[in-house]
Write a protein that binds this ligand. Sequence first.
Ligand code: AG3
Length: 275
Amino acid sequence: MDLWFEEFQTNDMVISCRVLRTLHQEKTPFQNLAVIETVEFGRMLVLDNVIQTTVKDEFVYHEMITHVALNTHAKPEKVLVIGGGDGGAVREIVKHRSVEEVVHCEIDGAVIEASKKYLPEISCALDNHKVKIVVDDGIKYVRNNKKSFDIIIIDSTDPVGPAEGLFSAAFYQDIFDSLRDDGMFVAQTESPFFNGSLIRRINKDVSGIFPLTRLFLGNIPTYPGGLWTFTMGSKKYDPLDVDITKIKEMETKYYCPAVHQSCFVLPPFVKTLLD
Ligand code: AG3
């Protein structure tokens, strides 16, 4: 039998992957969750029919959403991850020796459970002694935890349904308030090909709240357009001021000192989104 998974990346474009088998499927209180095994990308986490991560390409996203900020901050000790129930961001964060605690706030506990069971390569650090898991709404959590974190990572789904509020100006203000005086955040901010106006609006909102806003890029083959953006808001440190010869060596497959710099080089069509 020939089985294919399809995601409509836009109304008029589909990504389709041949499926070997479905490992898990459930309707959680928040979304439809599936873990499927594909030929091309290995195991894949799917929420509401949208590809979240795959064993083959997850490293790009998880390394970029974490290490750029963790190597920019002088001494990141307390880190908060909002979303990212698969644990990929947490796995990268605990590689940093200065980190004492990672609070992982995910609204849907079922994502954590399914990832632990079916995506061990990605979720492997969720049991680490530095990690505290909170199953709760990230918006509520930051409101109740002011001036608490050095770095906040917003590893959300697309800006529809449960994640919509995670892209709002009010939320970026709550993030600002939840950061310590020299803190910073990084959020995944979608495709410059298909979400240009969203990226532009986020950049404007973050610039109105944080002294420093930076956009950077990574390449994730299973996401719409492949080219992906991340937005950083920082109270003090600038990732472009980092002396990259001083970045500690780490086991990574995409991020490296040269990429720390090059990811901020924006092609003109992306750069215009910031004007
Ligand atoms: N967060 C989802 C990024 C958005 C992907 N969008 C899409 N495929 N249409 C990824 C979670 C990984 N920890």
